[in-house]
Ligand binder design. Structure first.
Ligand SMILES: N[C@@H](CCC(=O)N[C@@H](CS)C(=O)NCC(=O)O)C(=O)O
Length: 211
């Protein structure tokens, strides 16, 4: 049994989607970051960086923060959605690091400056939206002749990137300008585990549907 401490954000959804995909048994503990619950002393014992998601594995008492580490832990534990050796393993690391170092941080800043604080800081908005468009270009190029980010198949890399593309509406990104990302997104969006994981903790945010 896994305890999941999370909220309905891109980083949180990575883990709820992975848990739904693997079928591992888990219990959700909502951490309302809009109310500052990520700063509660009890939460900080398992999430010392004041951020969701965090998991605790009841089998061994291990707590893990950082979504990239959590995805790998769950991949290893379930034996699913993660290559374990050879070139495929390193390609998984490469694209997972790309998600953690570029997709998440840059798009997260777009959510702050373009969505939540629209018009308050034009320079920051321009910088992060331009970087986000560049990243969409990188992903589009990579997906030109691929169904998923890894030639190996559907993996934790797709699961890590999907919830960020699932906020393209907040990013003012038109997926029609990135045909390969759009195809990839529409394909993954239909997966029953993705649909369930998107709604954990329960929320009323629809996944955007490009026209
Ligand atoms: N690198 C971390 C980032 C986690 C993160 O930024 N979580 C956000 C929600 S998506 C959060 O908890 N924000 C609350 C805060 O910054 O106070 C990860 O991938 O797990």
């Amino acid at each position: 049994m896994i305890d999941l401490y999370s909220w309905f954000t891109p980083n949180g959804r990575k883990v709820s989607i992975m848990l739904e995909e693997t079928g591992l048994e888990y219990q959700v503990h909502p951490i309302a970051i809009n109310k500052g619950e990520q700063n509660d002393p009890e939460f900080l014992k398992i999430g010392p960086n004041n951020k969701i998601p965090v998991i605790v594995d009841r089998n061994n008492g291990l707590s893990i923060m950082e979504s990239g580490a959590i995805l790998q832990y769950l991949g290893q534990k379930s034996g699913k959605f993660m290559p374990i050796d050879g070139d495929d393993y390193w390609k998984m690391q490469e694209w997972l690091m790309f998600q953690m170092a570029s997709v998440g941080p840059m798009m997260g800043q777009v959510h702050t400056f373009v969505h939540y604080q629209e018009g308050k800081n034009v320079e920051a908005s321009e910088r992060y939206i331009n970087e986000t468009k560049r990243i969409y270009g990188v992903m589009d190029n990579h997906l030109t002749d691929r169904e998923y980010f890894l030639d190996w198949g559907y993996s934790i890399v797709d699961i890590a990137i999907f919830p960020w593309v699932g906020r393209c509406d907040w990013q003012t990104i038109d997926l029609n300008e990135y045909e390969n990302v759009k195809r990839w997104y529409l394909n993954i969006k239909e997966r029953p585990a993705v649909i369930r994981g998107w709604n954990i903790p329960e929320n009323d945010q629809p996944m955007p549907m490009p026209s």
